[in-house]
Design a protein around this ligand. Structure first.
Ligand SMILES: O=C(O)[C@H]1O[C@H](OP(=O)(O)OP(=O)(O)OC[C@H]2O[C@@H](n3ccc(=O)[nH]c3=O)[C@H](O)[C@@H]2O)[C@H](O)[C@@H](O)[C@H]1O
Length: 433
C-alpha cells in the first residue's frame, strides 16, 4: 500500500505529497504522545498525593514503622552540641548515652547524672504512643540542665554509628522501649520493633564502638509472668510471660546474654517494678486514674477471681534513679574492641522494686484522699490481656551489690506525683492518654 504519492509540479521539480493516511497517522502519533504524557503526569500526581497525604502516611498509625520518619541530624554545629552535652565535668565522671531520654525514667536519670557532673547525651524518637507534648516538656526541662536530645530512632544504625564516632561514651543507659502491658494486644509489632530489633541495633553499635561502652538497660518485672512464688527473686523462672511486652523484655535479656558472651559487652538488666512519680507516663493506671477522678469519669478497678486482690509493688522514681546510677557506677568495662571479645565481661540482672505490694484499690483510696474527690468506681474482672495478679520484688541482690534501698512509700510518692500533676496541668495543658 502506498504511503504517499509523488508527482512533478509545474516547475518540473519532483514533489512528494503526504497522503491523507499519512496525516491521520501523524495526528494519531502526537495524540498518543500527549496521552502518554498526561497519563504520566496524572500517575505522578496520584503517587505524590498518596505518599505525602497524612491520612495515608502509615507512621502515626503504625509505630513499628516510626523509624521511617526522617530526622534532621548531622553537621559541625550538631556535632559540637553532642560533644558539649556529653562532656564530663567532674572528676571520675562518666559519659552516658541515654536512649529514650524524653521518657519518664530517662528524664529523671539524665537530670541526676548531669547534676553530679557526668556527661549526658539523649536519644529519643518522640513517638506518639502517648501525648508527645509531655515528652517535649521533659525535653525543655533537660535542655535547661544542659542535656541535648538527638531526635532519632534506635533502629537507625547509621545514626548510632555517628553518635559513637563523635563521642567516646563510657556507658549507655538504654531506656528506649515500647512500654505498656495491655497495648501489646493492639500493636504487637511495635514491641518487636523497639524492644527486640531496636535492642539488637543498639547492641550492634555498642559492640563495634571503640571503646565499647558498658550498657545498663531497662527490663521489667513483667518477665516473672505467671510465676507464683513470692517475692520474685532473680533466680525464679521467667519462662511464662503473660504478655507480649513481657516476652519481648525476656527476649531482650537473652539477646543481652548473647552479646555479652560473643562480644564481651558489659551488660546489666534492671527489672523495674511499676515505676511512678512526677513527669510519669499517662498510659499508667495511677496517672489516668488521677485524670479521670478529677474529671468525674468512672475508673475501672480490676479484681482477680473470687474478689481476689490485684496488687503491684509500686516503686517511686527517685528510688529507681538511685538504682540506675548505682548500676552505672558499678558496671565494669566491656572487654572487647573492634567487634571482637578479648575476655569475659560482666553480666548482671537486678530487681528494682519497693518490696511492699499495694492493692490497686488502696492506690485509688490514696488518690481520692490526695485529690479530695471521691472516685466513681467500676470493679471489673481482671481482663485476660496481659495483666498479672500481683508483683512483689525480692531486692536483696540489688541491696547487696548496688546498695539499693528504696525509701519512698506509695502515700509519700503519690503526694509528690499529685502535686506535680496539679501544677503541670493547671497551666492549661490537657491531660490526654
Ligand atoms: O513493672 C513493670 O514492668 C510494668 O509496670 C507497668 O505495668 P503495670 O504494673 O501493669 O502498671 P499499670 O498499667 O499502671 O497498672 C497498675 C495496676 O492497675 C491495674 N489497672 C490498670 C488499668 C485499669 O484500668 N485498671 C486497673 O485496675 C493493673 O491491673 C495493675 O495491677 C508499666 O505500665 C509497664 O510498662 C511495665 O514497666
Amino acid at each position: 500500500m502506498l504511503k504517499h504519492s509523488s508527482y512533478l509540479d509545474n516547475t518540473g521539480k519532483f514533489k512528494m505529497e503526504k497522503s491523507p493516511y499519512f496525516h491521520s497517522k501523524s495526528r494519531w502519533h502526537s495524540s498518543l504522545m500527549k496521552l502518554t504524557f498526561w497519563s504520566f503526569i496524572f500517575l505522578a500526581l496520584i503517587f505524590i498525593f498518596f505518599y505525602r497525604s497524612p491520612s495515608s502516611n502509615p507512621l502515626p498509625q503504625d509505630p513499628s514503622r516510626r523509624s521511617l520518619r526522617t530526622y534532621n541530624w548531622g553537621g559541625l554545629a550538631w556535632e559540637k552540641r553532642l560533644r558539649s552535652s556529653a562532656r564530663i565535668r567532674s572528676r571520675d565522671g562518666i559519659s552516658v548515652l541515654v536512649t529514650g531520654d524524653a521518657g519518664f525514667v530517662g528524664t529523671h536519670v539524665s537530670t541526676a547524672l548531669k547534676r553530679r557532673g557526668d556527661g549526658v547525651l539523649g536519644l529519643d524518637n518522640f513517638n506518639d504512643y502517648y501525648d508527645p507534648s509531655l515528652k517535649r516538656a521533659r525535653q525543655a526541662l533537660l535542655d535547661r540542665s544542659g542535656v541535648f536530645i538527638v531526635e532519632g530512632d534506635i533502629n537507625d544504625s547509621t545514626l548510632l554509628r555517628k553518635l559513637f564516632e563523635v563521642v567516646a561514651f563510657t556507658h549507655v543507659m538504654h531506656l528506649a522501649a515500647q512500654a505498656g502491658v495491655r497495648y501489646a494486644m493492639e500493636n504487637p509489632s511495635s514491641y518487636v520493633h523497639s524492644n527486640i530489633a531496636g535492642l539488637v541495633s543498639l547492641l550492634e553499635a555498642c559492640k563495634s564502638a571503640n571503646p565499647q561502652p558498658a550498657i545498663v538497660w531497662a527490663s521489667s518485672s513483667s518477665v516473672y509472668g505467671l510465676n507464683s512464688k513470692v517475692p520474685f527473686s532473680e533466680k525464679d523462672r521467667t519462662d511464662q510471660p503473660a504478655s507480649l511486652y513481657a516476652a519481648t523484655k525476656k527476649a531482650g535479656e537473652e539477646i543481652a546474654h548473647t552479646y555479652n558472651h560473643i562480644y564481651g559487652l558489659s551488660l546489666t538488666a534492671l527489672r523495674f517494678f511499676t515505676v511512678y512519680g512526677p513527669w510519669g507516663r499517662p498510659d499508667m493506671a495511677y496517672f489516668f486514674f488521677t485524670r479521670d477522678i478529677l474529671k468525674g469519669k468512672t475508673i475501672s478497678i480490676f479484681e482477680a477471681a473470687n474478689h481476689g486482690t490485684v496488687a503491684r509493688d509500686f516503686t517511686y522514681i527517685d528510688d529507681i534513679v538511685k538504682g540506675c546510677l548505682a548500676a552505672l557506677d558499678t558496671a565494669e568495662k566491656s572487654t572487647g574492641s573492634g567487634g571482637k571479645k578479648k575476655g569475659p565481661a560482666q553480666f548482671r540482672i537486678y530487681n528494682l522494686g519497693n518490696t511492699s505490694p499495694v492493692p490497686v484499690s488502696d492506690l485509688v483510696s490514696i488518690l481520692e484522699r490526695l485529690l479530695k474527690v471521691n472516685a466513681k468506681k467500676n470493679i471489673i474482672k481482671l481482663p485476660q490481656n496481659g495483666d498479672v495478679r500481683f508483683t512483689h520484688a525480692n531486692i536483696s541482690l540489688a541491696q547487696r551489690e548496688l546498695g539499693y534501698k528504696p525509701s519512698t512509700d506509695l502515700q509519700t510518692g503519690l503526694k509528690k506525683f499529685v502535686k506535680w500533676y496539679l501544677g503541670y496541668y493547671s497551666g492549661g495543658k490537657k491531660a490526654t492518654g
